[in-house]
Design a protein around this ligand. Structure first.
Ligand code: ZN
Length: 212
Protein backbone atom coordinates (compact mmCIF):
# COMPACT_ATOMS: atom_id res chain seq x y z
CA UNK A 1 0.00 0.00 0.00
CA UNK A 2 1.30 3.38 -0.89
CA UNK A 3 1.59 5.68 2.04
CA UNK A 4 0.75 9.27 1.40
CA UNK A 5 2.96 11.95 2.77
CA UNK A 6 0.87 14.61 4.36
CA UNK A 7 1.52 18.26 3.88
CA UNK A 8 4.48 17.26 1.79
CA UNK A 9 5.04 20.26 -0.34
CA UNK A 10 4.70 23.73 0.89
CA UNK A 11 5.49 26.97 -0.81
CA UNK A 12 6.70 29.83 1.24
CA UNK A 13 5.89 33.11 -0.33
CA UNK A 14 7.75 36.25 0.49
CA UNK A 15 6.36 39.50 -0.73
CA UNK A 16 8.87 42.29 -0.64
CA UNK A 17 6.65 45.07 -1.79
CA UNK A 18 3.44 44.64 0.09
CA UNK A 19 1.75 47.79 -1.03
CA UNK A 20 1.89 48.96 -4.59
CA UNK A 21 1.19 52.61 -5.28
CA UNK A 22 -2.54 53.08 -5.55
CA UNK A 23 -5.21 50.43 -5.42
CA UNK A 24 -5.31 47.96 -8.29
CA UNK A 25 -8.24 45.77 -9.21
CA UNK A 26 -8.13 42.23 -7.80
CA UNK A 27 -7.61 39.48 -10.38
CA UNK A 28 -8.94 35.93 -10.53
CA UNK A 29 -6.38 33.61 -9.02
CA UNK A 30 -6.09 31.12 -11.95
CA UNK A 31 -4.73 28.96 -9.15
CA UNK A 32 -1.64 31.11 -8.96
CA UNK A 33 0.05 33.02 -6.15
CA UNK A 34 -1.32 36.54 -5.70
CA UNK A 35 0.07 39.60 -4.01
CA UNK A 36 -1.58 41.48 -1.15
CA UNK A 37 -3.85 43.28 -3.62
CA UNK A 38 -4.97 39.91 -5.01
CA UNK A 39 -3.20 40.30 -8.32
CA UNK A 40 -1.40 37.35 -9.82
CA UNK A 41 2.38 37.33 -9.70
CA UNK A 42 4.40 35.99 -12.64
CA UNK A 43 7.67 36.36 -14.53
CA UNK A 44 7.57 39.05 -17.18
CA UNK A 45 8.72 38.20 -20.72
CA UNK A 46 11.94 40.12 -20.13
CA UNK A 47 12.86 37.73 -17.30
CA UNK A 48 12.11 34.55 -19.28
CA UNK A 49 13.51 32.00 -19.45
CA UNK A 50 13.91 31.78 -15.69
CA UNK A 51 17.64 31.17 -15.19
CA UNK A 52 18.30 28.30 -12.79
CA UNK A 53 21.52 27.70 -10.85
CA UNK A 54 22.16 24.27 -9.38
CA UNK A 55 24.17 24.30 -6.18
CA UNK A 56 27.07 21.89 -5.70
CA UNK A 57 25.15 20.32 -2.82
CA UNK A 58 22.72 18.68 -5.30
CA UNK A 59 24.10 15.19 -6.09
CA UNK A 60 25.29 14.88 -9.68
CA UNK A 61 23.14 11.79 -10.22
CA UNK A 62 20.11 14.11 -10.04
CA UNK A 63 21.30 16.59 -12.67
CA UNK A 64 19.52 14.69 -15.43
CA UNK A 65 16.30 14.77 -13.36
CA UNK A 66 16.51 18.55 -13.21
CA UNK A 67 16.92 18.72 -16.98
CA UNK A 68 13.84 16.55 -17.38
CA UNK A 69 11.78 18.72 -15.03
CA UNK A 70 12.82 21.80 -17.02
CA UNK A 71 11.90 20.06 -20.30
CA UNK A 72 8.52 19.12 -18.83
CA UNK A 73 7.53 22.77 -18.50
CA UNK A 74 9.32 24.05 -21.59
CA UNK A 75 7.45 21.50 -23.71
CA UNK A 76 4.13 22.87 -22.53
CA UNK A 77 4.93 26.43 -23.46
CA UNK A 78 5.39 28.32 -26.72
CA UNK A 79 8.53 29.81 -25.28
CA UNK A 80 11.32 28.58 -23.05
CA UNK A 81 10.17 28.98 -19.47
CA UNK A 82 13.38 27.70 -17.85
CA UNK A 83 17.06 27.56 -18.65
CA UNK A 84 19.70 25.82 -16.51
CA UNK A 85 22.60 28.24 -16.53
CA UNK A 86 24.99 26.38 -14.26
CA UNK A 87 25.19 22.98 -12.58
CA UNK A 88 28.19 23.85 -10.45
CA UNK A 89 27.37 26.81 -8.31
CA UNK A 90 29.47 27.24 -5.20
CA UNK A 91 28.97 29.30 -2.06
CA UNK A 92 26.24 29.51 0.55
CA UNK A 93 23.29 27.32 -0.38
CA UNK A 94 20.77 28.92 1.97
CA UNK A 95 17.97 30.66 0.08
CA UNK A 96 18.57 34.37 0.07
CA UNK A 97 17.83 37.31 -2.18
CA UNK A 98 21.00 37.40 -4.20
CA UNK A 99 19.67 37.52 -7.76
CA UNK A 100 20.21 33.78 -8.32
CA UNK A 101 17.39 31.27 -8.69
CA UNK A 102 19.12 28.53 -6.73
CA UNK A 103 18.29 24.86 -6.28
CA UNK A 104 20.08 23.39 -3.28
CA UNK A 105 20.13 20.33 -1.06
CA UNK A 106 19.90 20.29 2.71
CA UNK A 107 20.73 17.47 5.13
CA UNK A 108 19.17 19.20 8.12
CA UNK A 109 15.49 20.21 8.36
CA UNK A 110 13.25 21.68 11.07
CA UNK A 111 11.58 18.78 12.92
CA UNK A 112 8.19 20.54 12.87
CA UNK A 113 8.28 20.47 9.04
CA UNK A 114 9.59 16.93 8.65
CA UNK A 115 6.84 15.95 6.17
CA UNK A 116 7.93 18.68 3.77
CA UNK A 117 9.97 17.31 0.87
CA UNK A 118 11.08 20.62 -0.56
CA UNK A 119 10.41 24.32 -0.19
CA UNK A 120 10.18 27.00 -2.84
CA UNK A 121 10.60 30.62 -1.84
CA UNK A 122 9.26 33.26 -4.19
CA UNK A 123 10.21 36.91 -4.29
CA UNK A 124 8.19 39.47 -6.17
CA UNK A 125 7.76 43.18 -6.59
CA UNK A 126 4.19 44.32 -7.33
CA UNK A 127 3.10 41.65 -9.85
CA UNK A 128 6.55 40.63 -11.12
CA UNK A 129 8.45 37.63 -9.84
CA UNK A 130 12.17 38.28 -9.79
CA UNK A 131 13.72 35.44 -7.80
CA UNK A 132 12.86 31.92 -6.63
CA UNK A 133 14.90 29.49 -4.55
CA UNK A 134 14.24 25.78 -4.03
CA UNK A 135 15.63 23.75 -1.13
CA UNK A 136 15.32 19.95 -1.03
CA UNK A 137 14.84 18.07 2.25
CA UNK A 138 17.49 15.36 2.23
CA UNK A 139 17.15 14.80 5.98
CA UNK A 140 13.75 13.06 5.97
CA UNK A 141 13.52 11.60 2.44
CA UNK A 142 15.37 9.45 -0.07
CA UNK A 143 15.14 10.27 -3.75
CA UNK A 144 15.21 8.18 -6.91
CA UNK A 145 16.53 9.31 -10.27
CA UNK A 146 14.14 9.38 -13.23
CA UNK A 147 15.14 5.88 -14.40
CA UNK A 148 15.37 4.15 -11.03
CA UNK A 149 12.76 1.70 -9.81
CA UNK A 150 10.34 3.36 -7.41
CA UNK A 151 10.03 0.84 -4.63
CA UNK A 152 9.84 1.31 -0.89
CA UNK A 153 9.91 4.70 0.75
CA UNK A 154 11.48 6.60 -2.08
CA UNK A 155 10.41 9.83 -3.76
CA UNK A 156 10.72 10.39 -7.49
CA UNK A 157 13.02 13.41 -7.64
CA UNK A 158 11.97 14.44 -11.15
CA UNK A 159 8.30 14.53 -10.10
CA UNK A 160 9.22 16.59 -7.06
CA UNK A 161 11.13 19.10 -9.18
CA UNK A 162 8.28 19.32 -11.70
CA UNK A 163 6.09 20.33 -8.76
CA UNK A 164 8.54 22.85 -7.33
CA UNK A 165 9.22 24.42 -10.74
CA UNK A 166 5.44 24.82 -11.02
CA UNK A 167 5.65 26.92 -7.85
CA UNK A 168 8.54 28.88 -9.38
CA UNK A 169 6.21 29.84 -12.24
CA UNK A 170 3.70 31.03 -9.66
CA UNK A 171 1.37 28.01 -9.45
CA UNK A 172 -0.36 27.29 -6.15
CA UNK A 173 -1.40 23.84 -4.93
CA UNK A 174 -4.21 22.10 -6.80
CA UNK A 175 -5.85 18.90 -5.55
CA UNK A 176 -7.21 17.98 -9.01
CA UNK A 177 -5.81 14.49 -9.67
CA UNK A 178 -4.59 15.54 -13.13
CA UNK A 179 -2.49 18.35 -11.66
CA UNK A 180 1.21 18.06 -10.83
CA UNK A 181 0.53 20.60 -8.08
CA UNK A 182 -1.17 18.19 -5.63
CA UNK A 183 -0.09 18.88 -2.09
CA UNK A 184 0.57 15.19 -1.52
CA UNK A 185 3.24 13.31 -3.43
CA UNK A 186 3.15 9.64 -2.51
CA UNK A 187 6.21 7.45 -2.19
CA UNK A 188 6.77 5.89 -5.58
CA UNK A 189 4.45 8.28 -7.41
CA UNK A 190 5.65 9.26 -10.87
CA UNK A 191 4.27 12.48 -12.38
CA UNK A 192 6.71 12.70 -15.27
CA UNK A 193 4.09 11.81 -17.88
CA UNK A 194 1.20 13.73 -16.35
CA UNK A 195 -0.84 15.65 -18.96
CA UNK A 196 -1.72 18.33 -16.39
CA UNK A 197 -3.99 20.30 -18.68
CA UNK A 198 -5.40 21.97 -15.60
CA UNK A 199 -1.99 23.47 -14.78
CA UNK A 200 -1.37 24.58 -18.36
CA UNK A 201 -4.76 26.34 -18.26
CA UNK A 202 -3.74 28.14 -15.08
CA UNK A 203 -0.43 29.24 -16.56
CA UNK A 204 -2.23 30.46 -19.70
CA UNK A 205 -3.51 33.34 -17.57
CA UNK A 206 0.06 34.69 -17.47
CA UNK A 207 2.23 32.87 -20.02
CA UNK A 208 2.11 31.92 -23.70
CA UNK A 209 1.27 28.24 -23.41
CA UNK A 210 0.64 25.65 -26.13
CA UNK A 211 -2.97 25.06 -27.16
CA UNK A 212 -4.72 22.46 -25.07
ZN1 ZN B 1 4.04 22.49 -3.18
Amino acid sequence: MIKLISRALIVVVVSLVLQACGKLAPELSCNMARNSQKQRVAWTDARLPVKLYIHNSVPRKHHEDLKKAVEFWNNKSNQELFEIVSFFTDGNSSPKRDGYNMISWKDTWESENSTEQARTQLNWSKTSLYEADIVVNDHNFDYATFDEELKGKIVDFTSLMIHELGHVLGLAHNEDQSSVMNTKLAYGEDRQETENIVDVKSLSCEYDMKDI
